[in-house]
Write a protein that binds this ligand. Structure first.
Ligand code: TXA
Ligand code: MG
Length: 351
């Protein structure tokens, strides 16, 4: 029975991939799983196709898209030059959650790169994504498959919730693994600079190519100073107003409790973004209506994997005011904190 079930499942996913690849060749947009988050794909060589991505997401047209390839031979179609450090990074981390900014070719649709002369390229580490791109026969431009501003989708259900009726199809590959987007590194400058922290850490890359710089917007220490709320930071945001509280554990607890109390006094439904370590205690707290754990502090991979689903869960519970704990910026913590800060629109309290 199990053998038959497995065979049927395999066959169904094959049919889905063949159908989706045909849609991509016909210049339609299709959502598909990668190891990071679900992507919303279109033929990267066609402006007509790529335009549909921006329309479906409601994405500003000045934000460039990542081009996904299945084999290294596809690189020359999209990139005009491969610096030595890029080559080393590809050998070390592809397929995987690393996007490399390279000089572009003229073949890449101009909408993909938003007028820039560079293009972001990555080879995703997911069997469905690789099969789909190979079957489509063209490089695939794909941003995360969420409505602009919302948390990125880590399940097909998240994609459907955001984009139902706006895409030609969704290939369902279950929950994604990493849960946060790829790291974006620019190797057209020296030293190379991380533009977005993600699944591959700075340390991992420095071990391969030497010194790597960080874009100043997410330098360590940014939690130490409270940030003014800024619209430009709103991204990955739940519908409720979210605040982060940083500092020593006991003071964080007291500050969060005080903020929850005030929100309750204003009649708002409250939520706590907790960890395994604090989950039970917050559940017992009278001012915390909805308490969700993103996992254990000792496993940032688990936190990354669950973060976006938890943010969406607050919306499902119609939470209006959310307070969240913060994390160390070590390793994957840099990406976790970057997404949390954006979800909170820069609202951080120092306890
Ligand atoms: O994990 C991921 O990277 C996912 C999956 C689907 O592959 N994709 C993703 O795409 O997160 P998106 O569009 O949500 O984020 C792309 C990021 C944006 O911050 C964009 O500004 C940056 O990459 N980017 C793309 N091309 C660029 C370029 N030529 N120069 C600088 N930044 C670029
Ligand atoms: Mg995105």
């Amino acid at each position: 029975d199990n053998i038959v079930e497995n065979a049927v499942e395999k066959l169904q996913s094959c049919t889905q991939i063949v159908d989706a690849a045909r849609l991509l060749r016909d210049r339609a947009v299709v959502a598909f799983p990668t190891e990071t988050v679900y992507g919303l794909g279109a033929n990267a060589l066609s402006n007509e196709a790529v335009e549909k991505i921006f329309a479906a997401k409601g994405r500003p047209s000045d934000n460039p898209l990542i081009v996904h390839i299945a084999k290294k031979e596809q690189l020359s179609t999209v990139a005009s030059e491969i610096p030595e450090k890029a080559e080393k990074l590809m050998d070390a981390f592809w397929p995987g959650p690393l996007t490399i900014i390279l000089p572009r070719t003229d073949e890449v649709a101009s909408l993909v790169t938003a007028g820039l002369d560079s293009v972001g390229v990555r080879m995703p580490d997911h069997p469905i994504a690789l099969a789909l791109i190979a079957e489509a026969g063209v490089p695939i431009a794909a941003p995360s498959a969420n409505r602009s501003g919302r948390p990125s989708p880590t399940t097909a259900a998240h994609v459907l919730a955001d984009l139902d009726g706006r895409v030609a199809g969704i290939v369902d590959g279950g929950a994604t693994g990493v849960g946060l987007e790829s790291t974006v590194i620019d190797v057209t400058v020296e030293p190379p600079v991380i533009l977005r922290p993600g699944g591959i850490t700075r340390d991992e890359m420095e071990a391969v190519i030497g010194p790597v710089a960080l874009d100043p917007s997410f330098q360590a220490g940014a939690t130490e100073t409270p940030r003014a709320p800024g619209m430009k930071y709103t991204h990955y945001a739940p519908e409720g107003e979210m605040w982060l509280v940083a500092g020593e554990a006991k003071r964080v607890w007291d500050k969060m409790a005080a903020m929850l109390r005030e929100a309750k006094q204003h009649g708002r439904k409250t939520g706590v973004l907790a960890t395994e370590e604090t989950f039970e205690a917050w559940r017992a707290h009278p001012d915390a209506d909805v308490v969700l754990s993103v996992g254990s502090r000792s496993d940032l991979g688990e936190v990354a994997h669950q973060l976006y689903a938890v943010l969406r869960d607050f919306d499902a519970h119609h939470v209006q005011f959310i307070v969240g704990e913060t994390f160390s910026r070590e390793g994957l913590g840099m990406a976790v904190m970057n997404r949390l800060e954006k979800a909170a629109g820069g609202r951080i309290e120092q306890a």
